[in-house]
Design a protein around this ligand. Structure first.
Ligand code: ADP
Length: 310
């Protein structure tokens, strides 16, 4: 089932000449974990705000489950009923406590009072913020606010989540909790998850399909595995050693220095056996061999002037 069908979508903000996004066409299927990646200013937040019907498009169309999102005459409650949206910046919840914000959101999404109370308690527990239940939202740290916004987006179990930078400001432990919870939600409930990030390393943990944007345009769209094959077939051999005591490498290999004590060597597949056998293991603390990552893809498409519209 198609969740979003976006066709030729363009947004030019008032007073601007350059479009924030420019003829975007893409579809998102039910149950997908779909990541939007790109540099700051690439147009990601604008696109998800258009999808959440918070920014009116200049031209083009968006439908959600087959019904128009922002066309004249569209039902203004269609998006809020189906989509939990987590903005990058906090919304107008400042007068509420955490518990109230969750309870009211769940109730507004159609849960009875008793079910909304249960949903509040479930989310406080899921995000490990139970001890903050009666805390007013202005008195939260940046990380706590982000977890609250995630919990609010999920309240009432909408079938679609749109999350703008869900892990910014979070420590590594909480980042892991976010990706683990989202992965579980997708597996167990089939929730469609659309998220924006500029952290490709983090995104790799969960992403099923990626859209890389640059200057308001889609420059790559597909499964990371497919896109990686188009970018680069070379394998990455990372070598870790005591700074100042580099290992010997077989002739003809030029390492790229990542930081003191860490080299990266790019290898053709046929060179793996010979290279790994020839490694001077006594001088290595560790080594790692892997194919192109989502970060490599990102660097290629988000920065490479030669990449083309997918
Ligand atoms: P991203 O989320 O990828 O960082 P944005 O969608 O926030 O990108 O921004 C895309 C472009 O639109 C940028 O050039 C940004 O300066 C511009 N922009 C974003 N919001 C507004 C606004 N409210 N008014 C004018 N220009 C805006």
């Amino acid at each position: 089932m198609l969740v979003y069908d976006i066709h030729d979508l363009t947004k030019i903000y008032p007073g601007q000449t350059r479009p924030a996004n420019d003829r975007i066409t893409l579809q998102i299927e039910a149950g997908e974990v779909f990541g939007l990646l790109g540099e700051n200013g690439a147009g990601k937040s604008t696109l998800v705000r258009q999808m959440a019907n918070l920014t009116r498009s200049t031209s083009g169309s968006i439908t959600l489950f087959g019904a128009p999102v922002d066309a004249v005459g569209a039902d203004p409650l269609h998006v809020p009923r189906c989509v939990g949206y987590m903005p990058q910046e906090p919304g107008a919840m400042n007068l509420l406590t955490i518990g109230e914000a969750l309870y009211f959101t769940a109730h507004l999404r159609g849960l009875s009072r008793a079910d909304a109370r249960r949903e509040r308690d479930r989310l406080l527990d899921l995000w490990g913020i139970g001890d903050l239940r009666d805390r007013a939202t202005p008195r939260l740290s940046g990380g706590q606010r982000r977890l609250l916004r995630l919990a609010v987006a999920m309240a009432g179990m909408p079938p679609v989540l749109i999350l703008d930078e869900p892990t910014n400001d979070l420590d590594p432990q909480r980042r892991k909790m976010v990706w683990d919870n989202l992965r579980r939600l997708n597996h167990e409930q089939g929730t469609t998850i659309i998220f924006v990030t500029h952290d490709a390393i983090e995104a790799e943990k969960i992403i099923q399909r990626v859209c890389i944007m640059r200057d308001g345009r889609v420059v790559a769209l597909g499964r990371p595995g497919e896109l990686k094959q188009r970018v680069d077939q070379k394998l990455r051999l990372e070598l870790f050693f005591a700074p100042g005591a580099p290992p010997r490498l077989p002739d003809g290999f030029t390492p790229r220095r990542i930081e003191p004590g860490r080299w990266l060597v790019l290898l053709e597949r046929a060179q793996i056996g010979e290279t790994v056998n020839g490694l001077d293991l006594d001088r290595l603390d560790d080594f790692r061999l892997y194919s192109a990552t989502l970060e490599d893809l990102y660097l290629h498409y988000a920065n490479d002037a030669h990449s083309t519209q997918a």
